[in-house]
Design a protein around this ligand. Structure first.
Ligand SMILES: Cc1cc2nc3c(=O)[nH]c(=O)nc-3n(C[C@H](O)[C@H](O)[C@H](O)COP(=O)(O)OP(=O)(O)OC[C@H]3O[C@@H](n4cnc5c(N)ncnc54)[C@H](O)[C@@H]3O)c2cc1C
Length: 392
């Protein structure tokens, strides 16, 4: 019997387990495979250091700029060197095992090669999680059950909290880690918006290795094939200038879906159960950034559990703490705003973005708004949107 059983030891589940264990709770952290590398760009803002101070001294590459390209390669670069902390780009295999180790050091019990597949019920209440480990069925009983096993979570749908994602609610992404001589700006991440709802990226990992990928969004998943888009992207003239070699060594590649409509705020909790991280949609609908918001959701769900177990009341009413926490409310609000901007950005075959980056080169005030919107979750003014429309 555990206080809390967590399905999935990615960033959200591991942070949740760490906070619970640090507070003296008995935690089972169930993970399908610690040798799996989650398909991901691995770009994480400096906000991560608050949650993992040790990362400040890690070997992960430091990033202090973002370069964005519109579909017709109009460019916008913003550097925060000397203004705020560097971001980092990580290899997810290394990063995920780092966050798991932190949870284990705090006292959580990690069960590797353990695939969860159903709940255990008593009087219609969920009281545990069933899993298979090396062909053997195991049962983990817990006062609270936390679903952190990502985008394709079976337990999330079995919990009754949400349905399976529809194709227009997700992104479909292909990415790879490549190696070879290149002309990538090693201090910047680069994002390449497409003329339809899709974008590509190139993120340096060190002098020779880089993470590269492309994903389609929402209804465009039905109109484009990401494998074809990926091959075509590598052949573009502007990309050839950055990656001039005819062939790069493929160190790893993978494809994966990503939530694309923001947090499913009606699906976050029920009696004894909470959904966190990708399983609940904690991914920015514009940038695809999900590592930091997932970690925040894991921490707050842990605090909600501690609070509920202390009060000996694990009912839905008491777990409301999770959804109503200011940090979660802020993420929900910001993602709603971003979702509304997605349509605008990709309107007119990407013309709005192209115009936006153009004006930002000449107009300092406008430039500040672009930075605020992309990097600091600020709401653009009416004037800002009017300027784009009148310059189109
Ligand atoms: C291609 C791509 C690129 C991305 N790029 C970025 C980026 O650059 N920056 C960023 O911030 N975010 C990025 N994201 C989003 C980010 O990857 C996720 O938001 C983040 O990983 C969510 O963390 P999580 O712990 O909720 O889920 P996950 O990281 O998916 O972790 C879930 C864990 O559960 C385990 N699991 C799954 N099923 C089971 C089961 N049945 N039983 C037991 N364990 C199970 C998995 O093995 C995994 O360890 C990207 C996503 C994709 C798909």
């Amino acid at each position: 019997m555990y206080d809390v059983v967590i399905s999935g030891a990615g960033p959200s589940g591991s942070k949740c387990a760490e906070v619970l264990a640090k507070n003296g709770l008995k935690v089972a952290l169930l993970e399908r495979d610690t040798e799996w590398r989650k398909p991901c760009g691995g770009s994480i803002s400096s906000r991560i250091f608050k949650y993992y101070p040790k990362l400040r001294t890690s070997d992960f590459i430091r990033i202090n700029a973002i370069t964005m390209y519109s579909a017709d390669f109009h460019k916008f670069k913003y550097s925060w060197k000397g203004i705020k902390d560097d971001a980092i780009n990580v290899d997810r295999l290394v990063f995920d095992n780092f966050v798991r180790d932190v949870a284990v050091d705090a006292g959580a019990e990690l069960f590797d090669k353990t695939i969860t597949y159903d709940f255990i019920y008593k009087n219609k209440m969920k009281i545990g999680i069933k899993a298979k480990s090396k062909g053997v069925t195991k049962e983990f009983f817990g006062k609270i059950l936390i679903i952190a096993d990502g985008m394709s979570s079976k337990l999330a749908t079995k919990s009754g909290l949400r349905e399976k994602w529809k194709v227009n609610e997700i992104g479909l992404v292909k990415c790879a880690i490549l190696e070879g001589e290149n002309l990538i700006d090693k201090e910047s991440i680069s994002i390449f918006f497409q003329p339809y709802k899709a974008y590509a990226w190139i993120f340096p990992l060190d002098e020779k290795r880089f993470n590269i990928g492309i994903g389609t969004w929402q209804e465009e998943n039905l109109n484009y094939n990401v494998n074809n888009l990926y091959s075509k992207f590598l052949q573009k003239r502007a990309i050839k200038q950055i990656l001039p070699k005819s062939q790069y060594k493929v160190l790893w590649e993978g494809s994966f879906p990503i939530p694309a409509i923001g947090v499913l705020d009606k699906s976050l909790y029920d009696d004894t159960t909470m959904l966190i991280g990708d399983a609940a949609g904690f991914v920015s609908p514009i940038s695809g950034e999900g590592i930091h918001p997932s970690i925040v959701s894991g921490k707050v769900a842990a605090e909600a559990s501690i609070n509920a177990i202390k009060k000996e009341n694990i009912s839905k009413e008491n777990l409301r703490f999770y959804k109503t926490h200011p940090n979660i409310k802020k993420i929900i609000r910001t993602f709603k705003l971003k979702l509304s901007l997605v349509e605008f950005f990709f309107e007119n075959r990407g013309k709005n973005l192209s115009t936006m980056f153009d004006i930002a080169q000449k107009d300092d005030e406008f430039r500040e708004e672009v930075i605020g919107m992309f990097l600091f979750n600020k709401i653009p003014s009416k004037n800002f949107l009017l300027k784009i429309n009148s310059n189109n």
